[in-house]
Design a protein around this ligand. Structure first.
Ligand code: ADP
Ligand code: ADP
Length: 227
């Protein structure tokens, strides 16, 4: 059973714009997968549908075999999501933001506390744990969103442009962190990016989307041979 299966996904926005024109996509469990494409191609829309932030027009989406139309509340437990926009309470402290999320997923505090510490340390945020999130730099906020998304040990981590606007040094350390999560926790990771370099460095499989259609869906290795 794939981590994510998408069939015939269509999205027409309220203004009549067809952002997705019936896409099919399968992401096997354990994969590190990139959805690559230029701005406006439909990457965020696709991930938005999977996370139930965007309502689809037609098609079927399954997360570990769970139909999100039938049982999103169950699928949600398997999902960790890092959207593009910062969406946490700016006045809440870093550690509290992560712990609040743990509570939201019903995680026992005894389990959540050491995991929050581990994640914040690995992401270089432990020294900032008692700081209100609004004072963090953009790169720190992005890493806080990653810690928050991982607190409940999701089987599928979805990141929308995780390193957009991040300098090269920090980008490299975020890449190392994501690789480790994929390898050590077996977490399936799907990210969107418009940097081929990022997909190349991280991902095993790749889909290229353009104008709401998947134009390539192959392994990174095969794609690089074609170029
Ligand atoms: P990105 O390409 O980086 O995902 P966009 O500029 O496409 O960012 O979108 C930024 C935000 O604006 C998103 O929340 C998206 O839903 C919204 N948006 C984008 N295009 C339109 C549009 N034509 N009409 C209304 N909202 C839009
Ligand atoms: P990407 O993430 O690949 O940059 P998006 O999925 O954000 O692309 O957007 C795909 C297309 O849909 C873009 O042309 C964008 O302007 C349009 N779009 C996004 N959100 C909306 C919206 N709320 N209303 C109308 N059009 C939108």
């Amino acid at each position: 059973r794939p981590a994510l299966s998408i069939r015939g996904l269509t999205k027409v926005y309220d203004n009549g714009f067809e952002a997705l024109k019936g896409i099919d996509l399968d992401v096997p469990e354990g994969d590190f997968f990139a959805l690559l494409g230029p701005n406006g191609a439909g990457k965020s829309t696709t991930l938005g549908v999977v996370c139930s932030l965007v309502q689809k027009t037609a098609g079927k989406v399954e997360v570990f075999g769970i139909d999100i139309d039938k049982d999103f509340s169950k699928a949600k437990y398997h999902l960790g999501v890092v959207p593009q926009e910062f969406n946490f309470n700016q006045f809440e402290k870093v550690q509290d933001i992560v712990m609040t999320q743990a509570g939201y997923y019903g995680m026992p505090m005894k389990e959540a506390r050491p995991r929050a510490e581990r994640l914040l340390k690995d992401l270089g945020l432990w020294d900032k744990r008692d700081t209100a999130s609004r004072t963090l730099s953009g790169g720190m906020k992005r890493r806080l969103m990653i810690a928050r998304a991982l607190i409940h040990k999701p089987r599928l981590l979805i990141l929308d442009e995780p390193t957009a606007g991040v300098d090269i040094e920090l980008r490299r350390s975020m890449w190392d962190f994501m690789r480790r999560i994929n390898r050590e926790e077996g977490t399936t990771i799907i990210l969107t990016t418009h940097y081929l370099e990022e997909a190349e460095s991280l991902c095993r499989n790749i889909a290229i989307i353009n104008h709401g259609e998947i134009v390539h869906n192959t392994s990174m290795r095969k794609l690089l041979k074609q170029l």
